[in-house]
Design a protein around this ligand. Structure first.
Ligand code: B12
Length: 405
């Protein structure tokens, strides 16, 4: 979706655009050659969504695949290569240098990428290009956050690869807002989207959903970090969906700190069938350590409100952070068990992201050194819990077939 949004904006700015999806391609070389022969590009943009899979036990580092893609692009085309995407935005300097691309754009690309193309076309100075990183030179112009998201064009289904465009079972990603003011101690979202919530208008969200619906899609996933923040906006989206009566189903990521029974009812009537509850712990002390603004009682109530409406709930636990003890782990597992959720995803050990309070703690405790760029995944696990924690989670999972890692 991210790359599709940038492609649509670039097309709107008057450029010809081709979108090449390599997600299901085993050997990218021939696919890139074929695309470059058919459509010789003047600039190549690459979306780097994931750096790794955040799995401490057997981490998979994904940038070597991107490096391979870049090397194929280089051998078939002399076009400059520009990186972007959520994963890239967390590591704008180190990922650029590791991948050896020509430049990178941190954050949303709908304005910045076409603006960069204009500069490149005119041979203009790049030192003021917003959000642009150059190898060895770092950030050029100050990064911009567009206030009026409605000015961006819709991600264009016509640019999608056919396997996706025809996959009507797909949960089509929809974004309704950007930015997160919460300050969870381990999270990288503010670096990607900024701290201030910026919203698409409900009318615009409806237009996007309707367009996909008319193209045959009936399942959607709201990719916003917190669907129910702000509450009034979430209600507006639900009301608009109810009024339209398309009979779609959708999922979202739900913030357990905002409690409102009416919202849960609205969500169910609007077609919500599943919600991810990212509470991460079932122990009040650990929730405070993670800088969560809610406690276990709020989690219990939001979970019950959603469950009462027949919405399938997936709970998330992130175990092993600073201050975790055997007792707090048992407390979390017992708590999550008591919620009777339809599914639970447990992560052991926390991926350390640059600039976060977790990274500061990790430096203070000597887990990482102060000058690490953290591009290669490093994990925090409270000393003394290694081994025991994995084993304990494994034991609990054996008795809970709907829990996963
Ligand atoms: C929603 C979400 C999910 C949903 C996806 C649902 C769906 N149907 O799409 C679920 C829960 C399934 C999920 C799963 C995973 N996710 Co996730 N997810 C997100 C989240 C919250 C939003 C992503 C999104 O869709 N954004 C909306 C689109 C419009 O934005 P975008 O893609 O970033 O694109 C914009 C810019 O980046 C830029 N851009 C994009 N491409 C390009 C290209 C160029 C050239 C340019 C210039 C700009 C540009 O412009 C775009 C438009 O503004 C992000 C965090 C975040 N806030 O970004 C994490 C995030 C992307 N996920 C992450 C991870 C790790 C995963 C998993 C690997 C977790 C796991 N272990 O299972 C899986 C992988 C799934 C997969 N197949 O890729 C990490 C990636 C970082 C990393 N360490 O690699 C993130 C950043 C969260 C984090 N930890 O910080 N995820």
């Amino acid at each position: 979706m991210g790359l599709g949004a940038v492609a649509a904006a670039t097309r709107k700015a008057g450029h010809e655009v081709e979108l090449l999806d390599l997600m299901r391609v085993k050997d990218p070389g021939p696919a890139i050659k074929e695309a470059v022969d058919r459509f010789p590009p003047r600039v190549i943009g690459i979306g780097v969504r994931n750096i790794d899979d955040q799995n401490m036990e057997a981490p998979i580092f994904l940038l070597d695949q991107v490096q391979e893609v870049i090397s194929h692009c280089r051998s078939f085309s002399g076009a400059p290569i520009v990186l972007g995407g959520a994963g890239y935005s967390i590591f704008p300097k180190s990922a650029l240098s590791y991948l050896g691309a020509d430049m990178g754009i941190q954050g949303e690309g709908e304005m910045a990428f076409p603006a960069l193309l204009e500069r490149l076309e005119q041979g203009a100075d790049l030192s003021k290009a917003a959000g642009l990183y150059l190898p060895g030179l770092g950030l050029q112009g100050k990064r911009m956050f567009e206030k009026d998201l409605d000015i961006f064009p819709f991600p264009d289904v016509r640019l999608w690869p056919t396997y996706l465009a025809k996959d009507q079972g797909l949960w089509v990603p929809i974004q309704t807002r950007r930015g997160c003011p919460l300050d969870c101690s381990y999270c990288s979202t503010a670096t990607i989207e900024g701290r201030i919530i910026r919203k698409f208008s409900p009318q615009r969200v409806m237009k996007v959903v309707t367009r996909y619906f008319e193209a045959g899609f009936e399942r959607f996933f709201f990719v916003d970090n917190t669907f129910n923040m702000p509450l009034s906006y979430a209600k507006e989206i639900c009301s608009a969906l109810i009024a339209k009566g398309m009979g779609i189903s959708w999922g979202c990521i739900f913030y357990p700190g905002t409690l409102d029974e009416n919202l849960a009812k609205y969500m169910a009537r609007a077609g919500c069938t599943q919600a991810s509850l990212g509470f991460e712990s079932g122990c009040d002390r650990m929730l405070r350590n993670m800088n969560k603004k809610f406690g276990v009682e709020a989690i219990r109530r939001s979970s019950a409100m959603l469950g009462d409406q027949g919405i399938r709930r997936m709970g998330f636990l992130l175990l092993g952070g600073p201050g975790e003890t055997r007792e707090s782990v048992e407390e979390s597992l017992t708590f999550v068990d008591s919620l009777q959720l339809e599914a639970v995803k447990i992560t052991v050990g926390i991926r350390i992201y640059p600039g976060t309070p977790l990274a500061e703690t990790a430096v203070r405790e000597g887990v990482i050194s102060g000058d690490e760029d953290l591009l290669f995944p490093s994990f925090y696990i409270q000393k003394g819990l290694e081994g025991w924690l994995q084993e304990t989670v494994r034991r609990w999972m054996m008795e809970h077939p709907n829990w996963m890692r």
